[in-house]
Design a protein around this ligand. Sequence first.
Ligand code: SAM
Ligand code: SF4
Length: 336
Amino acid sequence: MAAGENPSDSTLAAIISSSSYDAILSEKANLIRRAIYGNQIFLRGLIEITSYCKNNCYYCGLRAGNANTMRYRMSENEILHACNYGYSLGLRTFVLQGGEDPAYTDKAICSIIENIKKRHPDCAITLSLGEKEYNSYKSFYDAGADRYLLRHETADAEHYRFMHPENMSLEKRKECLFALKEIGFQVGSGLMVGAPKQTVDNIISDLRFLQQLSPDMIGIGPFMRHSSTPFASYENGSGELTVRLLALLRILFSHALLPSTTALFTLDGNWMPKALKSGANVIMPNLTPLKYRKKYELYDGKASLSLDSADNLKILVKKLESLGFVYAQTRGDVKR
Ligand code: SAM
Ligand code: SF4
């Protein structure tokens, strides 16, 4: 398979259902990433701004129905402080992520965006705050937000229904994604690898949907079990399959920004170097204040690549260098 090629469903099925780490596929992906992005790895400072959520996705520990979790909401000042700290470490993208929390009005979110941009005009702001109305997305964009992450999770309507309650729909999710594109955001989507009851055909549908959307960023990570959710009894997703899919995504979407995700890191830290050598080129270290971090528990045992001190950053940079990469102190926009 060559870069940009459009493989048949049967070729995709063979790659997806193979049961081992595919060194040839990974090397192909690695070469494509190097040709476009060189040896740079982009770091994004992740700030988990709220653990309140009005939704009830069956897989997620932040779901409204989970009474066994402690909730928090960061103030604008706390968010600005986290950005200042990240900036001092060289980070030039901040990702504001959270549950769908009505307490953050559009006005409040716009104020946060404007104040980050005032202090750090050379930085990109990525939002990951779920489904909103068109006019809300537009106001965030006009306030200065650059990118938006909204995974489609699964592109099969029936599978989507199995993973989400009645008041959520794949149709609405797709509508949001196309609205974000139309407004001008750099858009990220993605799927949950090994989600309960996922089939090979579901993953092929995911890839076909991504081809239709043509996103700038694609986030994939293994499903991870949370003991206080309806999906508590399902197995975690596979690291092997996640890495194989990352390689496949790099080949299909040569220019996309592909993170090596926290879920993959939680499954086993050893997958991160493999992911980076299979086409991933983004890491999202956590800048959420320590007092809140344990409360943002999407799944059991959620780990985080932490930058609580400059020493943590030095260790991460050394690790990247030992793998042949460099820490790019830039916004790391998509190259089209
Ligand atoms: N609420 C926003 C949303 O859903 O897009 C942003 C925050 S949400 C916690 C970010 C991502 O976490 C989701 O897109 C989902 O894929 C992932 N996530 C939630 N629960 C998970 C789980 N149990 N295992 C793996 N990923 C999970
Ligand atoms: Fe809320 Fe996002 Fe978790 Fe769904 S995945 S429950 S929308 S935080």
